[in-house]
Design a protein around this ligand. Structure first.
Ligand code: GLN
Length: 304
């Protein structure tokens, strides 16, 4: 497959400057990013790379980090994770509080904010130094020691994070947060602030296209069964109340973040990351969704 030719075609056909959308501004630090950034990077399971645009510029991965947090929590807590968080799509916005009250503080899934907060609580219970150990895990699967938090973004969100603060307090009231809420929130904001480029993101997520094995060494980081389940959750829950739309248009498991990044995984084939900061009303990158839709349309190949 001529992936570089296909990526070039996508670049020509997706003009992010003309597409609608707004850069996320509820995290003040993210509002400073230029809306016209655009990059894409595809990493195959045999280590080939194809890219265009600003694919090597770092951005805030935001909710994409929820997949990494879940992966680490599964390593510590195993199947017990599913006693505290569900595996159903929410059909609600990423930061919605409504279901929590109906469902007694058990979040629908780990890829929405409420679920990720519970996952962070699990990690805070297990890790002696959560931020450092989280970063160590991410660096390992990224095979890159340069990956880091963006403290400015984390602190900016912490200062304005009233919605997440309300949410974690509500979950705590139902007994599904065991640690101090401020400690868990602080850790959550830092996980969201991890910075990666499309190249680094695609490189990190190739693990999920490769049945949980690092492609260089073959080391099994996640079991085949867990990798299958994480990909299934990305498919059904990775885009909040637009998960159906993403499945319909793109046909790959994926995860978005309000930094404008989207990563998608094609098991046995590749992982692909795209970045364009303008978001639609569901909080997903407009150009990113279109670019991935073109990728699976032009290649004529998706998991469906
Ligand atoms: N840190 C963001 C928040 O909690 C992540 C949301 C996202 O990327 N969808 O609101």
């Amino acid at each position: 497959m001529d992936y570089q030719g296909i990526l070039n075609e996508i670049k020509v056909n997706v003009d992010c400057t003309k597409l609608p959308g707004e850069v996320a501004s509820y995290i003040p630090e993210l509002a400073k990013i230029s809306p016209d950034k655009f990059g894409m990077h595809l990493y195959s399971v045999i280590g080939e790379e194809f890219c265009f645009g600003e694919s090597q510029e770092r951005f805030s991965i935001q909710s994409i980090s929820k997949v990494l947090s879940l992966s680490l929590a599964l390593l510590y807590e195993g199947e017990n994770v599913w006693k505290r968080v569900g595996v159903e799509p929410s059909g609600d916005p990423f930061n919605s509080l409504v279901q929590l009250e109906y469902e007694n503080g058990i979040p629908r899934n780990p890829l929405i904010n409420s679920g990720a907060l519970v996952i962070c609580d699990i990690l805070v219970s297990h890790l002696e130094n959560p931020k450092a150990e989280y970063l160590q895990f991410v660096r390992k699967i990224a095979q890159n020691d340069q990956i880091d938090f963006d403290e400015k973004v984390a602190e900016s969100e912490k200062a304005e994070g009233h919605h997440n603060r309300a949410m974690i307090n509500l979950i705590k009231a139902y007994g599904n947060i065991k640690n101090d809420v401020e400690e868990v929130l602080d850790f959550y904001f830092y996980t969201c602030s991890v910075q990666m480029s499309c190249k680094e993101l695609a490189r990190t997520f190739v693990l999920y296209a490769n049945h949980g094995c690092l492609i260089e060494t073959g080391e099994q980081i996640l079991s085949v069964k867990r990798t299958k389940r994480i990909n299934a959750l990305m498919q059904t829950c990775g885009f909040y109340d637009e998960a159906g739309e993403f499945s319909f248009r793109v046909g790959l498991p994926g995860k978005s973040g309000v930094g404008g990044g989207i990563v998608a995984v094609y098991p046995n084939m590749y992982s692909v990351a795209v970045w364009s900061p303008k978001l639609n009303e569901k909080g997903n990158s407009t150009a990113g969704m279109l670019a991935l839709e073109l990728l699976t349309n032009i290649t004529g190949s998706s998991i469906f």
